[in-house]
Write a protein that binds this ligand. Structure first.
Ligand SMILES: NC(=O)c1ccc[n+]([C@@H]2O[C@H](COP(=O)([O-])OP(=O)(O)OC[C@H]3O[C@@H](n4cnc5c(N)ncnc54)[C@H](O)[C@@H]3O)[C@@H](O)[C@H]2O)c1
Ligand SMILES: [Zn+2]
Ligand SMILES: [Zn+2]
Length: 388
């Protein structure tokens, strides 16, 4: 079958970039050979999404250790990439339907939760599966969905009603769920919020936060394409991130941005700030734009150390910082599916028309994949889909 992979035999992690299109063996279900296949599902993938994580892998800037160590522990040479996808169930192990969040049949459509949690560790047993100690992540430490077929544990497979969800958007439930999780960490009703980073998840967050009653939403973003999308999605204010002076240390906050947010909030700062970009300066922006006693949600990811500016002021202002990872299981998936199923909130319509530009130049058939074409598409559009 066709698949996009990282292949260790084609050069080291740091010497290569991009994804390789290869013909690889398709997974099969065979309980006699492997009894654990009883709880597994074979899916034919229809659409798979590209996100910030995949861009990080493309540029070899993220998940190096996870990918290399997991390939080695499996005794293999390649990882099939892709963690956001949607497809059709084509085969089920004898116990798979019972193990899934909703009963499954061959012919059902579904999307997976990308964190393959263990269901056995301290957190999993307490209902905090999103912080499972032993998790594997699809497309990183477990083969993923940039492929014609994928074999998955049934407990992560969420049946999706195609009469309510557009197939292209079926593949968007996982990253949309990230935004739902971030937006439900603290109550947003009547709150003034700022979103630092209007990438796809920051844009999804704009929609969810509005739905949850945030009164004023301010976005901060350098990319004009994403700024424009946020305006069309109904954000109240967009602050274009100015270019930084040469002598400004990379972790320093952007004073002008903080001033603008203070002006927009009567000198107070926002009730809740969301760091959705994964840059040190942006993290400090989020801290400094938050009012005394407010909440800051840390969501963006970068490997390495961050410097927290003016620590004294951070403590004295009494902020609460929350790190948000993945999706709560099952609550976030349930809320995501409810939001997608309700046409009155126009969430699917907005994602399709605005974030996916109605599929114009945002969907690439896998058979036509080339590194050059894909890189060109990634440079132009914040969100892309591969059609398989
Ligand atoms: N916590 C989690 O569970 C989780 C899950 C998925 C992704 N992530 C991370 O969340 C972030 C957002 O994901 P995405 O898929 O939307 O990613 P993305 O990388 O496509 O979006 C990031 C956006 O931030 C903008 N940006 C860059 N520098 C900025 C700055 N200094 N200030 C404000 N905006 C800036 C970029 O132009 C881009 O629009 C990434 O860091 C990603 O790695 C976290
Ligand atoms: Zn993702
Ligand atoms: Zn666990």
């Amino acid at each position: 079958m066709r698949a996009l992979v990282f292949d260790t035999t084609l050069g080291g992690w740091d010497e290569t970039r991009g994804f390789e299109l290869q013909d690889v063996p398709a997974p099969t279900l065979d309980e006699r050979e492997d009894p654990s296949d009883a709880d597994k599902v074979l899916m034919k993938v229809h659409y798979a999404g590209i996100c910030g994580t995949d861009r990080g892998i493309w540029n070899r800037a993220a998940f190096k250790d996870h990918i290399l160590a997991s390939i080695k522990s499996e005794g293999g040479t390649r990882r099939i990439l892709g963690h956001e996808f949607f497809g059709e169930v084509v085969a089920l192990g004898s116990g798979a339907s019972r193990a899934a969040p909703f009963p499954l049949e061959v012919g059902d459509f579904a999307a997976p939760e990308s964190h393959v949690v263990c269901n056995k560790c301290f957190q999993c047993l307490r209902g905090e599966k999103h912080v499972c100690t032993n998790e594997k992540i699809l497309g990183i430490s477990h083969d993923g969905g940039f492929a014609e077929f994928v074999k998955l544990p049934a407990h992560i497979v969420w049946k999706t009603d195609t009469s309510k969800t557009r197939p292209e958007l079926g593949a968007m439930q996982e990253p949309f769920g990230n935004a739902v999780h971030a937006a439900t960490k603290v109550p947003l009703k009547g709150k003034t919020i700022a979103i630092f980073g209007l990438g796809p998840i920051g844009l999804f967050l704009t929609l969810v936060a509005r739905g949850l009653g945030a009164s004023t939403i301010i976005g901060v973003e350098p990319n004009p394409v994403s700024q424009e999308m946020a305006k069309r999605l109904g954000i109240d204010y967009v602050i274009a991130l100015p270019s930084r002076g040469k002598n400004v240390p990379p972790h320093h906050r952007d004073e002008g941005v903080i001033r603008e947010i203070e002006e927009l909030t009567g000198g107070l700062g926002v009730d809740v700030s969301f760091e959705m970009a994964g840059f040190n300066s942006s993290f400090n922006n989020a801290i400094f734009a938050t009012r005394r006693g407010g909440d800051m949600i840390a969501f963006g990811i970068k490997t390495g150390d961050f410097v927290l500016e003016d620590f004294n002021r951070f403590v004295v202002r009494g902020l609460t910082v929350h790190a948000v990872i993945g999706r709560r299981l099952p609550e976030t998936w349930e809320m995501t599916q409810k939001l997608f199923a309700d046409p009155s909130n126009k969430i699917q319509e907005n994602i399709w028309n605005i974030i996916l530009s109605q599929g114009k130049d945002t969907i690439l058939p896998l058979a036509r994949y080339t590194k050059e074409r894909f890189e060109e598409m990634m440079a132009k559009h914040p969100k892309l889909l591969i059609e398989i």
